[in-house]
Design a protein around this ligand. Structure first.
Ligand SMILES: *[C@@H]1O[C@H](CO)[C@@H](O)[C@H](O)[C@H]1NC(C)=O
Ligand SMILES: *[C@@H]1O[C@H](CO)[C@@H](O)[C@H](O)[C@H]1NC(C)=O
Ligand SMILES: *[C@@H]1O[C@H](CO)[C@@H](O)[C@H](O)[C@H]1NC(C)=O
Length: 155
């Protein structure tokens, strides 16, 4: 019993420290093509709800995904899902994903992407739905991983 309690406590603690963020699979993503299993935002005030991030500070977003495709060139893009359109989110943008994760990706093998960024003071305040995409750059968007997560930017 005592051992179990320690194990449970350790598991709970590990979860709390990991700053797991809630996320949703994109409606146009295909579980047979790619599965996102966890998203972490550090620091995350308000974990379990929308992470609240302070402008003018640095944040790290990392997520685990298992692509069902092998690709030597991965690209990533962060959008702001406004509800009616996907707009490029100022300050994030498009990038070579291989800078932040292992390349080449191997089909069926889980990998982590770590992205550190500075939240510029000039970013707008408020709630945003961030849409994160990673895709096989040699195939143009046919094979992609995608999730959305809500964040709140505060002064
Ligand atoms: C995303 O999709 C995968 C595969 O269908 C599923 O296992 C997982 O629970 C989904 N996650 C969320 C947060 O909806
Ligand atoms: C990977 O893709 C193939 C077809 O492209 C499919 O048959 C298989 O079920 C997929 N694997 C997973 C884990 O979704
Ligand atoms: C991402 O960060 C985690 C934890 O800090 C680390 O274990 C992992 O190696 C990093 N992965 C990459 C691709 O940098």
């Amino acid at each position: 019993m005592a051992v179990l309690r320690v194990v449970l406590l350790t598991a709970l603690l590990a979860t709390a420290l990991a700053d797991d963020a809630t996320f949703v699979n994109c409606s146009d993503s295909d579980a047979e093509v790619c599965q996102v299993s966890a998203v972490r935002i550090t620091p995350c005030r308000n974990p379990g709800k929308s992470c609240t991030l302070k402008k003018g500070t640095d944040a790290t977003i990392s997520f685990d995904f298992t692509p069902n495709f092998s690709a030597s060139n991965l690209k990533t893009f962060v959008y702001w899902d406004s509800g009616t359109a996907d707009l490029p989110f100022v300050g994030f943008g498009s990038d070579n994903a291989c800078t932040y994760t292992t390349c080449p990706s191997v089909a069926g093998q889980a990998q982590t992407l770590n992205y550190s960024l500075h939240l510029h003071k000039k970013l707008p305040s408020g709630k945003f739905k961030l849409k994160w995409k990673v895709w096989d750059d040699d195939q143009k968007l046919q094979s992609f991983c995608c999730f959305t997560t809500d964040i709140k930017l505060n002064k």
